[in-house]
Write a protein that binds this ligand. Structure first.
Ligand SMILES: CC(C)(COP(=O)(O)OP(=O)(O)OC[C@H]1O[C@@H](n2cnc3c(N)ncnc32)[C@H](O)[C@@H]1OP(=O)(O)O)[C@@H](O)C(=O)NCCC(=O)NCCS
Length: 190
């Protein structure tokens, strides 16, 4: 049976994310092709993130209200694990330019059967449209992935390459973009 890949993008409040966090973690697990159970392990982190300052989330819903994808982030602040790791990775000059008043895009995932139809792009554009900070930062595993292509296409630049976060042997790129995003191509819809 052919899947209808059309989705509508909505903004989610922290409470709305908490209500559907299990579904979101299932999207995360399948999008990243992580072992079964990884999403459940990540659940408490995702719930805790909803209380962070500047939390913003977007969700992609099908006509049947299935969660096809989601993205979220928050204001990046000293004392947060990722912020402090990235500060050390960037060095003082880049950190001063990029980490001050930045938004950390913590998660952006689309369920595999909905990938490649512009949903990730629209989720990111929706989030970027409501972020009050002047810049967005993220980290993503290195490689010729759809995520890399999407971010570079939307104006992100690599601030650091081949970074290793503690406890993870994959090399990561740390990317940043000034807002508003410099998007030249129109959004695509299945
Ligand atoms: C990364 C991810 C969120 C992107 O979402 P997506 O819905 O699959 O991506 P999109 O379709 O919006 O955009 C990416 C693709 O569409 C293309 N595209 C998007 N909008 C387009 C447009 N208007 N015109 C032409 N091409 C377009 C991009 O170049 C890319 O195409 P390609 O893979 O054929 O090169 C999703 O693929 C995913 O969940 N991946 C696994 C998890 C992951 O890596 N998450 C990021 C961790 S930081």
């Amino acid at each position: 049976m052919r899947v209808d890949q059309r989705t509508r993008i909505v903004h989610w409040s922290p409470a709305q994310m908490r209500q559907r966090v299990d579904e979101a973690m299932s999207v995360y697990e399948s999008a990243m092709a992580y072992p079964v159970g990884t999403g459940t392990q990540r659940r408490d982190h995702a719930v805790a993130h909803t209380s962070l300052p500047g939390y913003r989330a977007s969700a992609a819903l099908t006509s049947g209200d299935e969660l096809a994808g989601f993205g979220y982030g928050y204001r990046s602040l000293p004392g947060q694990w990722w912020h402090d790791q990235v500060r050390a990775a960037l060095g003082p000059e880049l950190a001063a330019a990029w980490l001050r008043d930045g938004f950390e895009l913590c998660e952006l995932h689309v369920r595999p059967r909905y990938q490649g139809y512009g949903t990730g792009r629209r989720l990111l554009l929706a989030l970027a449209g409501v972020v009050p900070q002047p810049r967005i930062l993220l980290s993503t595993p290195e490689g010729p992935t759809r995520a890399w292509r999407l971010y570079l296409d939307m104006g992100f630049v690599a601030l650091a390459r081949g970074h290793h976060f503690p406890g993870d042997n994959r090399p990561f790129g740390i990317l940043g973009a000034q807002l508003p995003l410099s998007v030249t191509r129109p959004a695509r819809q299945a």
